[in-house]
Design a protein around this ligand. Structure first.
Ligand SMILES: [Zn+2]
Length: 517
């Protein structure tokens, strides 16, 4: 029986205290026309077999039945890996009408469409990188009535031709995946998601299904209000996972890596998450030097390198040290640990990551090792880079507008050819990328590619500074929720449940570091 994770962590902590260690300061359209009509008289259980399953998971049958027969909306909050997508996929093959699936990520859509096609189900995706001709062909295929499931990004509904076609169709189910992106109070707000309520009104589907892995009560209400499904039937699975052992420990600098080494030594497969690319590489090197083979993964690697690592891990397991870029399509059931080195942006992000541990139901470890001062600063820096203050957006826009007016020669539109780095140097703003993405949302700037931007001088450019600052403050609040969660001594699962408004766990878990100290 190997020493438990907590014993090892405590031993190391005691050792460190004894040493009185000082704190150093394009994708192609994929159209496969097969099984155009539904198999007559198929039962739910027979349809389930099409997907290769023999039994429903907890709550799945009920959610699927409501999706197939109801009209008031369905909200599913189910952990990743609990079979969320089947809630709309299965009804889609039982109906001869169209199911539209809104999904935020191309890779996520592609995974699902590939899988459906391999099962002989006619599913297609239309995404932003399609040529105009290919998009028209795909849309014609949808209009012919042969497509069961159409996967699109929320931004697709900005396209008038797409809307005209879809509005003529008889849409059975409108499914919104990763529905937490609708809410400003969620951890991944995406403006195009906030427009989906209007889209649903125009399309008028029989049933609307919203799905997410994590949502606080506020976010759940926000999703239902925004999609006009206030009377939705809710299927909420408890966030409590009895096989997960939660723990958090403060350590400093590279000493954090030593905690990782002592915990992972006896396990074959697991994930270590870091806040930065540099740290992902450092931790993996540290482990390798200690004789523990570990691969690293982050968005700075080439597509080929990333696919190679992901495939190797999916097939053979092992230890991966990664940034949050590693997450999509992770379906290994035997992940024995998820360790966070440093801080996550929020409890939601952290919970989503630890949800990858122990899907086989066996005991698994979820440890966070953080250096409060430095790791907190890193997160605030990341917020600065992605959520500019209202003052920054106003200041940068005023510089960009002046620059554009000089180029425009009295025209309402100017083209500026300049990299973001040069813009940063000339304007004096460090978070140019984030400012530009805000201006893009407002229709003031368009990316033309190869470092060229179109700047509109004829549009309303008054900003609601309070709203920009509000979203920044919200991210800081979420970060603070996470740090106080790490630092407080109460049962960790009771606190996680309280955070997500889940009343199903009434007594301490008896397993976390707080319960057993
Ligand atoms: Zn506990």
């Amino acid at each position: 029986m190997p020493e438990s994770m907590l014993e090892r962590v405590r031993k190391l902590r005691a050792q460190r205290e004894a040493q009185s260690s000082s704190k150093p300061n394009r994708e192609n359209i994929q159209v496969v026309t097969v099984s155009k009509s539904k198999p007559e008289g198929m039962t739910l259980d027979e349809a389930l077999k099409v997907f290769g399953h023999t039994s429903f998971r907890e709550g799945q049958r009920e959610a699927i039945s409501e999706t197939m027969t109801g009209e008031k909306g369905v909200l599913c909050v189910l952990p990743t890996g609990a079979g969320k997508s089947l809630v709309y996929q299965l009804p889609s093959i039982m109906s001869d009408k169209l199911t539209i699936v809104v999904s935020p990520l191309i890779s996520l859509m592609k995974d699902q469409v590939d899988k459906l096609q391999s099962l002989g189900i006619n599913a297609i995706l239309i995404n932003s990188s399609l040529s105009m001709r290919d998009a028209k062909l795909a849309l014609a295929e949808v209009f012919s009535g042969g497509v069961r499931a159409l996967y699109v990004s929320p931004e697709r509904f900005d396209n008038p031709e797409f809307n005209r076609t879809i509005e003529k169709m008889d849409v059975d189910i409108f499914a919104v995946d990763e529905a937490h992106c609708i809410s400003r109070w969620g951890h991944d707000f995406r403006p195009a998601y906030a427009e989906l309520g209007g889209v649903i009104e125009r399309i008028n589907p029989r049933q609307v299904v919203a799905l997410t892995a994590t949502a606080t009560d506020r976010v759940k209400d926000d999703i239902c209000r925004s999609l006009h499904i206030e009377g939705a039937v809710r299927f909420i699975q408890s966030v409590y996972r009895p096989n997960l052992q939660l723990a958090a420990v403060e350590a400093y600098g590279r000493d954090r890596y030593e905690y990782v080494a002592v915990v992972v030594a006896d396990f074959k497969t697991g994930l270590v998450y870091t806040a930065t690319r540099k740290e992902a590489e450092e931790v993996s090197q540290y482990l390798c030097k200690r004789g523990i083979p570990a691969m690293f993964y982050h968005a700075g690697l080439t597509q080929t390198e990333r696919s190679k690592t992901q495939t190797a891990w999916s097939q053979n397991g092992g230890i991966i040290v990664a940034t949050s870029a590693f997450g999509m399509g992770i379906d290994r059931p035997d992940v024995r640990f998820v360790i966070h080195v440093g801080l996550s942006p929020s409890i939601e992000d952290w919970y989503q990551a630890i949800g990858r541990a122990g899907r086989d139901g066996k005991d698994s470890i979820c440890l966070s090792v953080f250096d409060f001062d430095n790791d907190y600063r890193t997160q605030v820096f990341l917020i600065d880079m992605t959520n500019p203050s209202g003052k920054d957006v106003e200041g940068f826009w005023s510089w960009l507008k002046r620059t554009a007016i000089k180029e425009a020669n009295g025209n309402p539109v100017a083209n500026i050819k300049m990299t973001q780095k040069v813009m940063g140097n000339l304007s004096g703003f460090k978070n140019v990328g984030a400012c530009i993405s805000f201006l893009k949302q407002r229709g003031l700037v368009k990316t033309l590619g190869r470092g060229s931007y179109e700047v509109r001088l004829d549009r309303d450019d008054t900003f609601d500074v309070t709203q920009i600052d509000g979203s920044r403050a919200e991210r800081l609040r979420k970060l603070n929720d996470l740090t106080s969660f790490y630092r407080e001594g109460e049962c960790r699962f009771l606190r996680v449940c309280a955070y997500f408004g889940d009343a199903s766990l009434s007594s301490p878990c008896g397993k976390c570091d707080c319960c057993t100290s």
